[in-house]
Design a binder for this molecule. Structure first.
Ligand code: NDP
Ligand code: HSE
Length: 443
């Protein structure tokens, strides 16, 4: 007896969707063998059909009609953004269709509603492509590490910003030129400010923290800073310390302390990391994520974090898993949020700062600066005077201060006060310093 095919509605056919169509066509035989049934396109919803003439009768602009069609088993969403993606996926799940999506913005904002809809109808909801492109990361967190206790997930999860920072560091490319090239290569979001302002990485951090700590973390819970203000001066200051600058997503389990219960911290910001750290050599649109678990120790996941084909690979992995579940009947492993840990406010998270200041070059200035750090309870790891700053009249010196770890609020308050001091001519750069568990910093 012929096996009934698994029929797929594809929502969106841009950078990622085009590659999904190509792979579905080119690998139809192998995908059918792996899934246990042919995996066929039932329709493709887009906004501007004239751009996709090669898809012929499969094309529609009626995405809503497509997701509820009786002959559709699985909906693959690569439109992006919150609406209409959310309504379409909720409708699909309600109708019992399984869903595969690459939409981190939606998952991080309203993943709970999607998960509830999937639970209600018994459908699968998979989203491996939403974090770190081609890298199999979410399935290991959800399944392979289900028997362990994850303590930290940290790394580079945005290809566009890593591409920009790598280009600025390697060739002195300008921020604007590097962003234009990343967009041309299909790495950037439809609105690239999602990349450069850190929102895309923050969405991914929310998804990672939710899976790792069995807790619902949304994008609103993630402290988020982007790379817009990272300057050539910051990059050369990092070099001077034996560091490079990377946009990091850091999700940590914070142990209970005193009256405070165990909690989680999720944050995204550019930071200096030691040049010897494995993350420092992750260049271009590649991503790398360290996972630390109590029994497993440290694991590293590395690969292409953006781009049509790498992302389509992750989507098709999910599609085959969903198709298999449909063939045998039943659902695959689901996420859980039983731990419901609180998310720690950024103000209380301990971090380290690198501060570069132009100051008046006269007696007592150093002790005034050091005094402000002390007054805020911030201990200094290193202070260096690096020659004449930009005061222009020979009376200014560049002072570089690296702190030990202190609560974020104390560090930020210190910098605010420093910028208002008469002896401070300008705060040139403020960056966090992270050793990510490796004591590789020489300071
Ligand atoms: P694109 O902007 O290249 O493609 C979006 C597609 O969605 C287009 O085909 C567009 O149609 C279609 N579309 C937009 N609005 C609608 C609508 N209202 N109804 C029907 N179709 C619509 O995006 P990408 O392919 O780059 O990204 C898609 C998703 O994948 C996003 O969620 C993104 O975050 C995620 N992602 C992207 C990665 C990448 O490297 N690009 C990597 C990982 C995840 P039309 O062609 O007619 O304009
Ligand atoms: N814009 C995203 C990035 C795509 O640059 O990482 C992959 O999620």
């Amino acid at each position: 007896m012929a096996v009934k095919p698994i029929r797929v509605a594809l929502l969106g056919c841009g950078t990622v969707g085009t590659e999904i169509v190509r792979l579905l066509r080119e690998q139809a035989g192998e995908l059918a063998a792996r899934a246990g049934a042919p995996v066929e396109l039932a329709g493709v919803a887009v906004r501007r059909p004239h751009k996709h003439a090669d898809l012929g009768d499969l094309l529609t602009t009626d995405a809503q009609g497509l997701v509820t069609r009786d002959d559709v088993d699985v909906v693959v969403e690569v439109i992006g953004g919150i609406e209409p993606a959310r309504s379409l996926l909720l409708e699909a799940l309600k109708a019992g269709k399984s869903v595969v999506t690459a939409n981190k913005a939606l998952l991080a904002e309203d993943g709970a509603a999607l998960a509830e809809a999937a639970d209600a109808s018994g459908a699968d909801l998979y989203y491996e492509a939403s974090v770190a492109g081609a890298i199999p990361l979410l399935r290991p967190l959800r399944e392979s590490l289900a028997g362990d206790r994850i303590t930290r997930v940290a790394g580079i999860v945005n290809g566009t910003t890593n591409f920009i920072l790598s280009a600025m560091e390697a060739s002195g490319a300008s921020y604007a030129d590097a962003l234009e090239e990343a967009t041309r290569l299909g790495y950037a979001e439809a609105d690239p400010s999602a990349d450069v302002d850190g929102y895309d990485a923050a969405s991914k951090a929310a998804i990672l923290a939710s899976l790792a700590f069995h807790t619902r973390v949304t994008s609103a819970d993630v402290h988020c800073e982007g790379i817009r203000n990272v300057s050539a001066a910051d990059i050369s200051a990092a070099k001077g310390l034996g560091c490079v600058i990377k946009l990091l997503a850091i999700c940590e389990r914070v142990p209970a302390s005193g009256d405070l219960p165990e909690s989680v911290s999720a944050r995204v910001y550019p930071a200096m990391i030691p040049a010897a750290h494995p993350l420092a050599s992750v260049d271009g649109a590649f991503n790398a994520v360290f996972v630390e678990a109590e029994a497993a120790g440290q694991l590293m996941f590395y690969g292409q974090g953006a781009g049509g084909a790498p992302t389509a690979s992750a989507v098709l992995g999910d599609l085959v898993a969903v198709a298999r579940n449909r063939v045998v009947g039943g659902r695959g492993p689901r996420d859980s949020a039983y731990a419901s840990l609180a998310v720690l406010p950024m103000d209380t998270v301990p971090t380290r700062y690198h501060v570069s200041l132009d100051v008046t070059d006269r007696a007592g200035v150093l002790s005034t600066i050091a005094g402000e750090f002390a007054r805020h309870g911030v201990s200094l790891a290193a202070v260096r005077q690096t020659g004449v700053g930009n005061g222009g009249n020979g009376t200014a010196a560049r002072l570089v201060v690296v702190t030990h770890a202190a609560p974020e609020a104390a560090l930020a308050a210190t910098v605010r006060v420093l910028s208002s001091l008469d002896v401070v001519l300008g705060v040139e750069s403020v960056l966090r310093v992270e050793d990510l568990g490796r004591k590789g910093l020489a300071i």
